[in-house]
Design a protein around this ligand. Structure first.
Ligand SMILES: C[S@@+](CC[C@H](N)C(=O)[O-])C[C@H]1O[C@@H](n2cnc3c(N)ncnc32)[C@H](O)[C@@H]1O
Length: 539
């Protein structure tokens, strides 16, 4: 497999591994190309991806080179236009031919793009691209707007208050009113408008030695990761809360802070299950640092799906937070996969209406057509390698299907807790298979119908979540009785946007306590009657 196919496979993330690009490349054992070369190619091509996407689309090469995938076109165009060594494949290699025969067109579009963006030379442009990547800011987000990646900081309400923090740890910071303003110089702070007690500062500021951080008064936590506990909105009447998949504990300590602010810390009760004993150690440390060890009962090594919902000790569990393992495709770390903007085949210049190419056109047109036919043939020679890419896609689909089955199992188990009326389900995945699709299946389940579980509609969500604009995709909710309502109830975050979050998904399920109790009572009575009917003794 060539360098380009291996790099494309890393980008496709066929192994569905989360974490940084470095981890994904250097952690992969079976690479044939040098990992350093793959890493450099993906990192550099990603930095330039908004530019290359534009250049490729305007050149229309994806339409001409039918078997060149958007990812391969991006990687090859990068090397052709920007790498000192050019395309790292022999001149006669089909991939090299597929990109090099469009060199004139691509170079012309690249130059036009540079001029449009106001850069006098490629070197000035390169410096700008490198600076933007270094500060964690995209020149353009995936939706064509500016993107920003601030450092999100949650003020831990168990230990302190936002006001105290603003007058101590952040006393010398200047308040800005937009996330984009955090790109400025100096100590800047933004107070979030969706999540209480959440602030953002420029990513260049290191908090690791800050006393407030060391004392657990502030916790570094992505904004999106604060959505589940806030959306769950546990109230004193909800009683006991369960965090089903808790380590390392960001959401556990957040939910602990919310419940303890509403009741006395001695009454607040959160049970945190963590199946992995080693990860549970981190959870323990985190709960201690956050001052939540008395609120949180940690069940190290406990598989949530083996917890007995009908056990006496869980009789008052009213709310459950479910944040199960997922593909992690939405995760953005400081050293993580930056957002890659891929060209689309349909975005290129469209043929002018009424000027259909004919087989017997003028000489120039004919030449183009002949070339196109040759292109088809040459790329077909790549079939074995294309098959490997296809295989990667199949691997990803299989992994997502497994994860989705496990995620659904977690939700359906949570629905069984007799006093529960609130459940949040979240993932840091960008795949509908793990998100909307799982929600739709959960709503269609027998237990949801029996116990009256439904989606919490947007208009009934807590204010900050109601205000959040990015919602689910109705097409991915096909199968639900009201796909538009379910999609609107689903909350999404996208990485690489002006909102400055990771990729994330969260939805809440609710049911009326009375309706649930009635239905459960009916069910119990029905079970008893059935048991009586089945009883055939003493005759
Ligand atoms: C996405 S992480 C949770 C992150 C955590 N909620 C936070 O915000 O810090 C998922 C965790 O669930 C744990 N897990 C997976 N399956 C589980 C199960 N059946 N029961 C309990 N924990 C489980 C994993 O070991 C992992 O630590």
């Amino acid at each position: 497999m060539s360098l380009y196919y291996e790099a494309a496979s890393i980008i496709a993330n066929a192994d569905a591994k989360g974490g940084s690009l470095k981890n994904r490349v250097f952690g992969k054992k079976d690479l044939k190309s040098p990992p350093g070369a793959i890493y450099a190619l993906v990192a550099e091509a990603t930095k330039w991806s908004t530019v290359l996407k534009d250049v490729i689309e305007r050149s229309d090469i994806l339409r001409l080179e039918k078997k060149l995938t958007p990812t391969l076109a991006l990687l090859l165009a990068h090397d052709l236009l920007l790498a000192k060594r050019g395309v790292a494949a022999p001149k006669e290699h089909p991939l090299n031919l597929a990109i090099s025969r469009h060199k004139a067109r691509l170079s012309a579009e690249f130059t036009k793009c540079r001029i449009r963006n106001g850069f006098a030379t490629i070197e000035v442009w390169r410096t700008h691209i490198n600076d933007s990547a270094h500060s964690g800011e995209g020149t353009n987000g995936s939706n064509g707007t500016s993107s920003v990646r601030p450092r999100w900081v949650r003020v831990n309400a168990v230990r302190t208050t936002l006001e105290k923090c603003l007058s101590t740890a952040f006393a010398d910071y200047t308040r800005v009113t937009s996330l984009l303003d955090l790109k400025g110089t100096g100590k800047l702070i933004y107070i979030d408008e969706n999540i209480p007690n959440l602030i953002a500062i420029p990513p260049r500021i290191d908090l690791s030695k800050n006393p407030a951080y060391l004392k657990g008064e502030i916790i570094i936590q992505d904004k999106a990761s604060c959505f589940p506990a806030y959306l769950l909105n546990p109230q004193p009447e909800d009683g006991h809360v369960i965090d089903a998949c808790a380590a390392p504990g960001n959401k556990t300590t957040h939910v602990a802070a919310i419940v303890s602010s509403l009741t006395s810390a001695s009454e607040a009760k959160v049970t945190a299950c963590e199946r992995d004993k080693t990860r549970a150690l981190t959870l323990k440390k985190m709960a201690k640092l956050a001052g939540a060890e008395k609120i949180v009962d940690i069940r190290a090594g406990q598989d949530f799906t083996r917890l007995d919902p009908n056990a006496e000790q869980f009789a008052d569990v009213g709310a459950l937070l479910l944040d199960p393992s997922c593909s992690g495709s939405g995760i953005v770390g400081r050293d993580d996969m930056p957002t890659l903007h891929l060209p689309s085949v349909d975005a290129g210049p469209q043929p002018v209406a009424g000027k259909k190419r004919k087989r017997k056109g003028n000489a120039a047109e004919k030449k183009v057509e002949e070339k196109e036919e040759v292109v088809e043939e040459e790329v077909t020679e790549e079939t074995p390698e294309s098959a490997e890419v296809e295989n990667d896609e199949k691997k990803l689909a299989a992994r997502l299907a497994n994860l989705a089955a496990f995620q659904l199992k977690i939700i359906l188990h949570a629905f069984k807790f007799p006093a529960a009326t609130k459940v949040t389900y979240s993932t840091c995945s960008i795949h509908a298979e793990e998100n909307e699709n799982v929600v739709v299946k959960a709503l269609a389940s027998d237990i949801a119908k029996e116990r009256g579980w439904r989606i919490l509609p947007r208009k009934q969500q807590v204010e900050g979540m109601r205000k959040w604009q990015r919602r689910g995709n109705a097409e991915a909710c096909t199968g639900a009785s009201a796909p538009e309502v379910v999609a609107e109830a689903c909350i999404k975050c996208e990485k690489g946007t002006e909102e400055g979050t990771m990729g994330f998904f969260v939805a809440a399920f609710v049911r009326d306590r009375e309706a649930g109790e009635d239905k459960q009572q009916d069910e119990t009575e029905r079970d008893e009657e059935e048991a009586e009917d089945e009883w055939e003794g003493f005759d």
